[in-house]
Design a protein around this ligand. Structure first.
Ligand code: SF4
Length: 82
């Protein structure tokens, strides 16, 4: 008689399955936590990136002082070499 796929036949397979699903659950919770933190920071008007503003996806619409400075630096470049 053939066994159905997905049947757990031994304790080792049970532990492997539990470990696999626990890891998947932790990864999912971690990703959800990252997105929740980002949304909370945006709602609070705080910076969502620990890097520079230049590579930030929301630089064009960001209202934080650091973003104004970055936009000024990127757009308002004056060549002072006379
Ligand atoms: S544009 Fe700059 S200040 Fe605004 S969220 Fe991005 S990194 Fe932070």
């Amino acid at each position: 008689m053939k066994e159905k796929p997905g049947n757990i036949r031994s304790r080792r397979e049970l532990f492997a399955a539990v470990g696999r699903y626990a890891t998947l659950g932790l990864l999912t919770a971690g990703v959800a936590g990252i997105f929740a933190k980002r949304r909370r920071l945006i709602r609070q008007g705080k910076c969502v990136s620990s890097r520079t503003c230049v590579g930030c996806k929301i630089l064009a619409r960001c209202e934080l002082p650091r973003a104004f400075s970055a936009r000024d630096a990127l757009i308002g470049v004056d060549d002072v070499r006379d």
